[in-house]
Design a protein around this ligand. Sequence first.
Ligand code: SF4
Ligand code: SF4
Length: 189
Amino acid sequence: MPTETATLIPDPAARRRIESLSGQTISACFQCEKCTNGCPVAFAMDIVPHRVIRMANYGTIGPLLHCATIWVCSSCETCTTRCPNNIDIAHVMDTLRQVSMKEGKVMPTQHDAPIFHKEFLASIQRSGRINELDMITRYTLKSEGIGGMIKQAGMGIKMLTRGRFKLLPEKATAKSEVKTIFKHTGGKP
Ligand code: SF4
Ligand code: SF4
């Protein structure tokens, strides 16, 4: 019986695009797997970090824009600190998230993650630091609507009374510097 062998054709232009957007030399990766071995959430990923870098190196970007991994990644930077080739893998993940959102490639099962991502950044842009109550209210409204707000209200009140949330946000000391960072990086979360 004949067997089919998939031929992988490298796409250096696609790799260079991600390298240019992330500022990382992905081609320096020698697949030691230290990033994956240190990643606390690799167990929940559909493509583990060293494979993300491998695929990006080949220019196989399509599946990376449409995978769960980029939304499962918590940006903890453990992989980045472990990489012997100084590749900021966390930044590559962030780059893939931004491209995925821009190109409308987000997996339907990850629908809520980009909403959280945007609201998180928008809150920092508005206040200079995270305003948890404001962020979580906007996120819940956008992801679950009024029904979600009603459902979550009990837990929200409990968290407020236990001091997990503050009604008024703490004042940011570097608000103008944060605004400048957003201005220089495109101004949009
Ligand atoms: S730790 Fe760095 S060199 Fe090793 S597999 Fe990950 S990205 Fe590649
Ligand atoms: S930044 Fe993301 S990929 Fe890297 S170790 Fe943390 S969760 Fe894993």
